[in-house]
Design a protein around this ligand. Structure first.
Ligand SMILES: Nc1ncnc2c1ncn2[C@@H]1O[C@H](COP(=O)(O)OP(=O)(O)OP(=O)(O)O)[C@@H](O)[C@H]1O
Ligand SMILES: [Mg+2]
Length: 259
């Protein structure tokens, strides 16, 4: 079945404070959606809520992946179902090497007895690291520990490539990347574009979208999507900022507001 990811009226709260206020979005296989929006409007909260981060309490709405209820799934089940998130601030895990982590993640998605062999895994990882121009030593470093900002971002893309997810959420994957690394990461993403995979790319800058061409661009304010369009919307935001959107929609405070 073609990939279909549906978010309908999603509401989420942190410590009793509502951040997402009824967000709807549909992503089909083959599509790239970009979400832009001012700071503090709920973009990362959306990403974390979709992945089932325990801090975020979903208080309303529905999320389905190929008809299956995502909100009912535990975090690992969501990953197994094909959801992947590259976080804005990837966590460091001391004591677990990058390769151990990735091999466990791959095997968690496979049936018992069908685990990837060590040799196959190493070949796959070496190949992908080469594509991303990563130093092989990163295989044996502890996950993200002491990685530079850009190295962390590149490592998130390595995980995406190895895990072969059907819905990819990238939260500010471009932040902290130098110009060459941005191109390498974008190439990695573009190589993963396919009819059965959908992308949700959260970014502040049009520049990333020059390399990864979105089909749809959405503006997020006040915990929901307030405007959608094509790539031209991102270009206008880049040159004019968000004031015109706020004026058009009569929005005074674009953040998720106070309790
Ligand atoms: N764990 C948390 N505890 C308290 N407040 C939180 C938490 N997570 C998010 N918030 C609040 O929710 C609001 C939305 O945050 P979020 O990180 O989703 O914004 P964002 O749109 O991703 O912003 P940015 O563009 O700066 O990354 C902010 O006001 C933030 O302070
Ligand atoms: Mg954010």
């Amino acid at each position: 079945m073609a990939t279909q990811f549906k978010i309908d009226g999603l509401k989420a709260a942190i410590d009793g404070k509502e951040i997402l206020k009824g967000l709807s979005l549909e992503i089909k296989g083959g599509e790239v959606h970009a979400i832009m929006g001012p700071n503090g409007t709920g973009k990362s909260t959306l990403a974390s809520s979709l992945m089932g981060h325990p801090k975020y309490e979903v208080t309303g709405g529905e999320v389905t992946l190929n008809g299956e209820d995502v909100l009912e799934m535990a975090v690992d089940e969501r990953a197994r179902a094909g959801l992947f998130l590259a976080m804005q601030y990837p966590s460091e895990i001391s004591g677990v090497t990058n390769s151990d982590f990735l091999r466990s993640a791959i095997n968690a998605r496979r049936e018992e007895g069908k685990e990837i062999s060590l040799i196959k895994f190493i070949r796959l990882m070496e190949g992908k690291m080469k594509e991303l121009e990563m130093n092989p030593e990163f295989m044996h470093r502890y996950l993200n520990e002491g990685f530079s900002g850009g190295e962390k971002k590149r490592n998130e893309i390595l995980q995406m490539m190895m895990l072969d997810p059907s819905i990819v959420i990238l939260d500010e994957i471009d932040s902290g990347l130098d110009i060459d690394a941005l191109k390498i990461v974008a190439n990695g993403v573009n190589a993963m574009r396919s009819e059965d995979r959908g992308f949700l790319i959260i970014t502040h800058y049009q520049r990333l979208l020059d390399y990864i061409k979105p089909d749809f661009v959405h503006v997020m304010m006040q915990g929901r999507i307030v405007k959608s369009g094509g790539p031209e919307l991102a270009e206008r935001l880049e040159s004019e900022g968000y004031d015109w959107v706020k004026e058009e929609l009569g929005i005074v405070d674009e953040t998720v507001g106070q309790v």
